[in-house]
Design a protein around this ligand. Structure first.
Ligand code: CA
Length: 131
């Protein structure tokens, strides 16, 4: 009943990816990582993830394109973690379909709390639907 939540982390900075994935695993989630957008899109079309953590500045595409792709078929929560801190970047990501936006440098504890919120909201929605 309480199977592990699966999180996809899309981040090309290996140090940051390692830091986040370690924190995620330590907190009892499963995590897959991708360093670029095209592999991430493949993973998304083959697996059901409970949440996506997304960097916007990827080597092969803009993270915004990933949000657009995912939103064509899925309501999976997307949390952007990006160095872009302009208001217009946040607005664009959120309007495209991201659920939340965290700027780098970030605090791991805050990211974990935001993950819990996003998962809580999406699980509530599922339970309401099944009620
Ligand atoms: Ca990046």
């Amino acid at each position: 009943m309480n199977e592990l939540m699966r999180i996809l982390l899309i981040e090309d900075d290996r140090v940051i990816a390692k830091l986040i994935s370690l924190a995620i695993k330590t907190n009892g989630y499963q995590v897959d990582t991708s360093e670029n957008g095209s592999i991430a899109l493949n993973m998304i079309s083959q697996q059901n993830y409970d949440l996506i953590l997304l960097d916007l500045g990827l080597p092969d595409m803009d993270g915004i394109e990933i949000i657009e792709f995912v939103r064509q078929s899925s309501k999976v929560p997307i949390i952007v973690i990006s160095a872009r801190e302009r208001e217009s970047d946040k607005v664009l990501a959120l309007d495209t379909g991201a659920n939340d936006y965290v700027t780098k440098p970030f605090n791991v504890g805050e990211v974990l709390a935001r993950i819990r919120v996003a998962l809580r909201n999406s699980t509530n929605e599922l339970e309401l639907k099944n009620f």
